[in-house]
Design a protein around this ligand. Sequence first.
Ligand code: HEC
Ligand code: HEC
Ligand code: HEC
Ligand code: HEC
Ligand code: HEC
Ligand code: HEC
Ligand code: HEC
Length: 356
Amino acid sequence: MLLLAGAFSVWAQTTPAMTTPTAAGFWNTSGVFAGAYQCAVCHPKETAKFVGSSMSRALEPVADCKILAGSVHFTFRDAPYSYDIRRVGDKVLYRVIGGGETLETPLLYAFGQGKAGQTYVFQVDGQFYESRVSYYAKLGGLDLTVGAINAKPSSLLVAAGRVMSGSEPRNCFGCHTTGARVGGTLQLAHFESGVQCEACHGPGVAHVAAATAGKMVAGTIRSLKALAPQESGEFCGACHRTWESVMLMGIKGINNARFPSYRLSNSPCFSLDDARISCTACHDPHGALVEDYRYYDSKCAACHNNGNTSLKKKLCPVGRERCTSCHMQRVEPAEAHHAFADHWIRVVRSKTDYPD
Ligand code: HEC
Ligand code: HEC
Ligand code: HEC
Ligand code: HEC
Ligand code: HEC
Ligand code: HEC
Ligand code: HEC
């Protein structure tokens, strides 16, 4: 049985994320954000691709949430508590009943577009809480939020959700929105939902002003083209969890399958200074995830081919195509109801073969 450390959910672990890259100057969040609609005017190509990506939909205010649209009504029971999520007008109410008591509060934010799952955030007495139940695409309904199974609620409020303490709200919104984290603080007055242009390229008001005036000023927007492979890994890893952050979180076993930066850096294929194995070698940062195995064959062939003398003996004795179907098999973490491609590229010897 794989258990998480403590009673915290995997996606809620307070991570040191966004501290490593800060040192490298990636996350200057102190400037003024322009908004992706402004970038769209002059960068239609990146914009057109990016609107179809998962990252652009990493958070939705409940009012606009597709999963909670219409006359939605989800129910769930984890005795002695029963859960009910339903839309009433422009609000979505979260009701938890148990021990003769009832708690009812509007949900405020939907975290995750719900490709794997969607977790809700609400507020009680000024504190943010992560809902104890989440929506899972595979179930088409609710189940306990990842990690919640480890904690038996001591009160109705605990049964409703887990209080997000310390820097946690800032970190959650920091990874799932653009501009909600300014400097070291969380501000929810103006931000964009999801990971938008400026989440990666940095605040862009000065760049927009310069470009509009027709006088480009170097350094007003962060170019990411020239990132060295190691920087690029740390950059994506700030949210997708680097080796260091997973070590600090202490998440062992298949629960770390959802952390591609950590998994990939353990693979014998990985090298810190080889761009052919960096995240952007296989993923267009502006595009939707490609789900066709064949797309990745040429990425493997960049190293595993006859012409590469250092790897001459490393041609596959088994397959000539769809390499990732065998060497990056999908793995389903406990309670996640979703299988992630294991980025620890390797020969998988058996179903239970999972180095961590
Ligand atoms: C008024 C037009 C305009 C707007 C608005 C605009 N850009 Fe640009 N951007 C340009 C031009 C022109 C260049 C330089 C030529 C090029 O590389 O395409 C540029 C270059 C860039 C670069 C490369 C920088 C470099 O040093 O090579 C990035 C990244 C970028 N823009 C992102 C953004 C983002 C993010 C936004 C929204 C906050 C934005 N741009 C808004 C016109 C604009
Ligand atoms: C600011 C945080 C952040 C950064 C930086 C970031 N990501 Fe993401 N990424 C996310 C979040 C959050 C999601 C999940 C979106 C969802 O499904 O709700 C995601 C999803 C993805 C997905 C899509 C998964 C799917 O199943 O569709 C890919 C691929 C991806 N990221 C690659 C990258 C790459 C490559 C980089 C570096 C260039 C990067 N990400 C940088 C936060 C980030
Ligand atoms: C360090 C950055 C980071 C922090 C902090 C973070 N997330 Fe995420 N989150 C991600 C990334 C990257 C993904 C995509 C990979 C995955 O599904 O794990 C993701 C995925 C998710 C998903 C699944 C999305 C989908 O479409 O299936 C949910 C739900 C979620 N996060 C909720 C939360 C909540 C709630 C918090 C705070 C309590 C939080 N996250 C904090 C980076 C982060
Ligand atoms: C997940 C992070 C991420 C997001 C979000 C993102 N980009 Fe990028 N962008 C990158 C990376 C990484 C590169 C460098 C790609 C490469 O290596 O060629 C890049 C390259 C670019 C370039 C080429 C110039 C350069 O030097 O970086 C432009 C222009 C650009 N992005 C504009 C945008 C716009 C406009 C948006 C919003 C629609 C956007 N980006 C959203 C990560 C991101
Ligand atoms: C050698 C190619 C390769 C490299 C390098 C790579 N990925 Fe992937 N990635 C894949 C494949 C293949 C999939 C599964 C695609 C599918 O759904 O069929 C995937 C899926 C993903 C997903 C979706 C969730 C999942 O696990 O299924 C995310 C997020 C992601 N990659 C992020 C990253 C990040 C961040 C990096 C850099 C640390 C990275 N990838 C490097 C090939 C690669
Ligand atoms: C940057 C170059 C590079 C890329 C890209 C790359 N590999 Fe590798 N791969 C290597 C190196 C180097 C080794 C180790 C060879 C050795 O040990 O002699 C290796 C080893 C392997 C092994 C043997 C692992 C083991 O457990 O013994 C497999 C399987 C493998 N790669 C498959 C792939 C697949 C599939 C892809 C594409 C998804 C891929 N590689 C992409 C460089 C790469
Ligand atoms: C049907 C599943 C399957 C497919 C598809 C597949 N492989 Fe393999 N691969 C294996 C297995 C199993 C082994 C281990 C063979 C052994 O040790 O007897 C292996 C071994 C390897 C090795 C290690 C060879 C060595 O000498 O140590 C590399 C490298 C490799 N594969 C790369 C690839 C690449 C690149 C592709 C795509 C062109 C690919 N594989 C497609 C199943 C597959």
